[in-house]
Design a protein around this ligand. Structure first.
Ligand SMILES: Cc1cc2nc3c(=O)[nH]c(=O)nc-3n(C[C@H](O)[C@H](O)[C@H](O)COP(=O)(O)OP(=O)(O)OC[C@H]3O[C@@H](n4cnc5c(N)ncnc54)[C@H](O)[C@@H]3O)c2cc1C
Length: 160
């Protein structure tokens, strides 16, 4: 299967490197003039014959009916339809943290927590993807949620 990964940051490169094992070829598409990922990841991708790195490439459309059949891109002013059967979009995510405007956040809008899931507001706990905890993964979010519940329990117990 030929696939495309959209995004030349660490997420995109990690996805492309994982796909090397199962995909026939991978188009790694980055709109900027160079990949933004860590050098070690970029070097690994460049070393693979399966990975085609396309910088200065804007995605215009993911084409298909029931299934993906291609991705239309614009590169150096020229539009091309790449015949791929899978597209992995790795262009980042925006944390849905506006509802707590008064809490401390980092520059990406993630709620800042310590290792006990405490925010800077006493009695306000946060966990999962919306926080600054690295690795946006289900098992991490579930574990952090459990920690936040235990911290909340301790916080309330100390106030009785
Ligand atoms: C395309 C994709 C593929 C992924 N694949 C994997 C994978 O293979 N393995 C893996 O481990 N992780 C994967 N992840 C990451 C994983 O989904 C997240 O890390 C995990 O779901 C985070 O859990 P969470 O509870 O913090 O947030 P979420 O799962 O996003 O849950 C947040 C919930 O809060 C609700 N919500 C938001 N705002 C409000 C509000 N104002 N009021 C009430 N409710 C609200 C939302 O509707 C949602 O139900 C993937 C993520 C994406 C986007």
């Amino acid at each position: 299967m030929d696939v495309a990964v959209v995004g030349g940051g660490n997420s995109g490169l990690e996805a492309a490197l994982q796909l090397i094992k199962i995909a026939k070829s991978i188009y790694l598409l980055e709109r900027g003039s160079q990949l933004k990922a860590d050098t070690v990841l970029v070097e690994k991708a460049k070393a693979s014959e399966k990975v085609n790195i396309w910088t200065n490439t804007q995605v215009r459309e993911i084409v298909g009916d029931k299934l993906v059949t291609g991705i239309r891109v614009q590169r150096n002013g020229k539009e091309t339809l790449l015949p791929v059967q899978g597209v992995f979009v790795e262009i980042g995510s925006v944390p849905n943290s506006e509802i707590v405007g008064f809490v401390e956040k980092n520059r990406w809008g993630e709620i800042t927590v310590n290792c006990e899931c405490e925010t800077n507001i006493p009695g306000l706990f946060a966990s999962g993807d919306v926080t600054n905890v690295p690795e946006k993964q289900i098992v991490v979010a579930a574990g952090e949620g459990c920690k936040a519940a235990l911290s909340t329990f301790r916080y309330l117990s100390q106030r009785q």
